[in-house]
Design a protein around this ligand. Sequence first.
Ligand code: HEC
Ligand code: HEC
Ligand code: HEC
Ligand code: HEC
Ligand code: HEC
Length: 415
Amino acid sequence: MKKTNILFSLLAIATFVIALSGCTKPKDGAEGAAGKDANESCKLCHNATVVDAIAQEYDFSKHFTGLAAEEEVGNTTCAPCHESEGFKYVIANNTPATFSILTGGTTYTNNYQATQATSIGNISCFTCHSSLHTTYGSADLPALTTTAAVPMTMWGGTKTINLTADGGMSNLCVRCHQPRPITTSATSTGLGNVMDYAALVTNPTDTFYKNYSTSTNKVSLSFRSGNHYGSVGAIYAGVGGIEFGTGYSNSFHTNNASCQDCHMATRNIAAGGHTFVAKGNYNGCNVTGCHTGMSATNTDVVNTKAAIKTLLNNLATKINTLGDGTNPVLMVDATEANLWVGSTTGNYDGYLNIYNASSNPNGFYGKTGNPKFPNLTNAQWGTIINFQLSLREYSLGIHNTNYVTTLLTNSIAAW
Ligand code: HEC
Ligand code: HEC
Ligand code: HEC
Ligand code: HEC
Ligand code: HEC
């Protein structure tokens, strides 16, 4: 499907170029004015070293290969991050990340949504580069769709991420690579509003989830409950974790490096450039003013990852003590389907070992008939959120060692 589009595009370019050059060439055959010749203007980008080369790198990017855009077409709540037109819509309209009760309604709506018409489109060059094919000149690249500070949808817009290194380019990535909100049940007193994360810290011993009387639960737990995939933005910026205790700080990267430095560094095999892959590419680390000798075997890298893995293991063990001794609280998946396989010794993926509560109101483990998922206090739920955030930032602490170390250490001590 995607490959066919490209072939079609190339044919279209050829046809369009011929048509344009035909009508812009002066009739007497004299040289056209410099820069006005459409063929030349197109060649600015449509040549082997610019669009063609970058499109080949982009073939390796999950932005291109991922299936989520096709799966979520028409879904207005997913579209701000998964559909090209939806992303451009929320940026162009400055759509707020707030929750509110709309006129005539009785429960809360997440306002951070695209429209039905704009909930479509694979993530492409045109998603991130706002000015492509505007003037057909050099100003059209690399102009980015947004570099503005990012209101956090997880926090209903009450917290903001602003990564200022390299002109705020990281904010483009974080607009999508940020956690999603955990919402209360529309039938609870929370009325579907984003949950009150601050209460998890201020009232740590309050009951958050009670397995025998679901009517008092503000959030009805399901295996998917939590903050979705994009935790990198929050961890990298050091904003938005459930901050038990004190001592939070950020690593040097937060204010001095951009996502692009490591994820779009000089290409090495299938990483870097427009593959957006950081794994195994140390070209962005070993630059003047940053590091020398960074590699997969560098002791700083190895020790940092090992230390964070130990903290994740310890927090997982603690969370699992809440279980009944047979059924763990955290789901285990030792297959490649788990994007975080190997990040913990137990191969957790951050999901909960509970059957979907909407069809299983009594909260059984795994499936109906099993024992019940345990009661949770506010603090216990807060540490589960932090476990998800810290696991799903993927890098075992490379993104922001200081923040993730404190978040995990304080979580282990929180209850
Ligand atoms: C500033 C850079 C730039 C210039 C100048 C430029 N293009 Fe493009 N064009 C792109 C990029 C980037 C793509 C997307 C390529 C991809 O998806 O692999 C593209 C895609 C296309 C496509 C495929 C359909 C689409 O919209 O995705 C056509 C047709 C096309 N260009 C024609 C032209 C023509 C004709 C000109 C000259 C009049 C031109 N372009 C000038 C950057 C440029
Ligand atoms: C329009 C939203 C959006 C923007 C902007 C965006 N991303 Fe993504 N990114 C996604 C989505 C969605 C996926 C997963 C796609 C899928 O699986 O279908 C993804 C996947 C990735 C992956 C692969 C993750 C994996 O599991 O292997 C990396 C790395 C990545 N993005 C980095 C970046 C960087 C760096 C930037 C900024 C230059 C960026 N992204 C900008 C939405 C975005
Ligand atoms: C705030 C932005 C955001 C919203 C809203 C969002 N997602 Fe995502 N989602 C992401 C990002 C970013 C990734 C990829 C992150 C990565 O792999 O590092 C992702 C990954 C996924 C994946 C995994 C793809 C894979 O590679 O395995 C699925 C499935 C998914 N999202 C479904 C959804 C659905 C369904 C919705 C709407 C109900 C939704 N998302 C809403 C940001 C978002
Ligand atoms: C996920 C966002 C994203 C997507 C998708 C994306 N780019 Fe980029 N691109 C960037 C960022 C960020 C930069 C760096 C901008 C800067 O350095 O100012 C960049 C830089 C560029 C540059 C100039 C620097 C360079 O690397 O040569 C070109 C040309 C370019 N992109 C073309 C493309 C083309 C062609 C595609 C589609 C095949 C594409 N981009 C897709 C984010 C994106
Ligand atoms: C200091 C370098 C560095 C910076 C800066 C950086 N990353 Fe990463 N990122 C990494 C490393 C290292 C990994 C783990 C790669 C691996 O799997 O070994 C990673 C993993 C990821 C992944 C998972 C996909 C993958 O390839 O494993 C995503 C998504 C991601 N980063 C997004 C971002 C975003 C968004 C930013 C900016 C807010 C960012 N990163 C900034 C180094 C960096």
